[in-house]
Design a protein around this ligand. Structure first.
Ligand SMILES: Nc1ncnc2c1ncn2[C@@H]1O[C@H](COP(=O)(O)OP(=O)(O)OP(=O)(O)O)[C@@H](O)[C@H]1O
Ligand SMILES: [Mg+2]
Length: 388
């Protein structure tokens, strides 16, 4: 299994397993909580019965021994005994600060009574005909802790997992960036030497009386210029590229003219601008041209050699420049639209699936802009939009 290609499936599996584990843990603690609650209930019932017996029979030593036993065994369930007017007679397992004054203690007991009443209905205790007492009781500390424990546990684990994920994805991105930038810079660097020497050779030819008018010299110069552009692209993407004010229409026009000569003449590229003439945008020219080239090449590929490629330029009311590259090609399937910017995603035999990844990186990381598929319809065409 190729882990990279099945990343979505893998993520899905991990999430499912995590949810299952969390569910299992919650379920199991719930079982424990229920068991414990039942036990506590039985104990309270016993307690009530004990008290009832105690008050209805004549107090004998035996009984008071039993009472003590019962009361002593309950050293964890908070209990308040009141008369029928809710006046507190006795309490057990409700801890107060001995330094408090009477008023404060009273207030505290009242609030405790209210809490206990909310957690369980009180047990009615008919001591004598007409005389009724009530036992208010709550859950033991242990039961309460156990109820919340799994949530705290899962919360801590989830937080930890999340932080680890962030850390790893951060270091992974940093690593990728370094490899990517390093390769680009190295390529630019290595191309530099042969290009300068090529330039020197051309100068030499031009100074030769016999060769200087040779038709190949301008062609050679054009190719050297192109190599220079390529080097500039690599060197710019490998470092923090400088942005400069450029007349956006001219930059795009230049790329389009270059491309038009090199693609099938059954594809017509046209530009439609609604911008005020000479509108400038802060861009890095070599990189921006690279994006335009990638988008146009993809469009030409999608049209299989014949169709219309339109580039629209407009400005929105936030003063942002919108550039739409619209083709009449085969379109992108709906479920693939999100995928096209992913490195390695290609539907072409000779594709690397890097063109759009690069475009996204250039537009979003280096120009702080946006690039996305605006619309795409199978067999009708696709429009990519850039916002700068
Ligand atoms: N205008 C378009 N119309 C239809 N499909 C497109 C269009 N642009 C991109 N795609 C789809 O997105 C995929 C990825 O494009 P991308 O430019 O990233 O890689 P590629 O063109 O396949 O290879 P390369 O790295 O050589 O550019 C393409 O293979 C194609 O399926
Ligand atoms: Mg491409």
């Amino acid at each position: 299994m190729n882990i990279y290609d099945n990343k979505a499936v893998l993520k899905f599996l991990i999430v499912i397993v995590a949810i299952a584990l969390a569910g299992l843990s919650l379920w199991y603690t719930n079982v424990l909580v229920n068991n414990l609650a039942q036990r506590e209930q039985r104990l309270i019932d016993l307690y009530a019965k004990g008290l009832k017996t105690l008050v209805s029979e004549n107090t004998s030593d035996n009984l008071s021994f039993l009472f003590n036993e019962i009361i002593e065994t309950n050293d964890f369930i908070p209990v308040i005994l009141t008369d029928d007017k809710r006046q507190i007679i006795n309490t057990k397992n409700i801890y107060i600060n001995p330094d408090w004054d009477v008023q404060k203690k009273d207030k505290f007991f009242k609030s405790q009574l209210f809490e206990l009443q909310n957690s369980h209905a009180p047990i009615k205790l008919e001591i004598a005909p007409g005389i009724v007492n009530y036992i208010y009781y709550g859950d033991s500390k242990l039961l309460n802790q156990l109820k919340y424990y799994p949530y705290i546990q899962l919360g801590v684990i989830a937080l930890f997992a999340f932080l680890t994920y962030l850390l790893f994805s951060y270091t992974r991105n940093a690593e990728q960036n370094r490899v990517w930038a390093g390769m680009a810079k190295e390529t630019a660097h290595q191309l530099g030497t042969p290009i300068s020497s090529l330039m020197a050779w051309v100068e030499l030819f031009k100074s030769d009386v016999l060769l200087k008018d040779h038709f190949a010299i301008p062609e050679l110069e054009k190719d050297i210029k192109r190599l220079d552009t390529v080097t500039a692209r690599f060197s710019n993407i490998g470092s923090k590229p400088l942005l400069k004010e450029e007349i956006i229409e001219d930059v795009i026009q230049e790329s389009v003219s270059y491309l038009q000569l090199r693609i099938s003449n059954r594809v017509k590229i046209s530009m439609h601008s609604e911008l005020t003439p000479q509108t400038t945008v802060m861009i890095n020219k070599p990189l921006f041209e690279w994006v335009i080239e990638n988008l146009c090449k993809n469009a030409v590929d999608a049209m299989a050699g014949s169709g219309k490629l339109d580039i629209f330029l407009q400005q929105d009311n936030l003063k942002r420049i919108l550039i739409d590259v619209q083709d009449t090609g085969k379109g992108i399937a709906k479920n693939k639209i999100k995928e096209v910017f992913r490195p390695g995603f290609t539907t072409k035999k000779r594709g690397w699936g890097l063109g759009l990844t690069l475009a996204k990186r250039i537009i979003e990381s280096y120009h702080k802009g946006q690039i996305f598929v605006k619309t795409s319809e199978i067999d009708k065409g696709t429009t990519f939009r850039m916002v700068l």
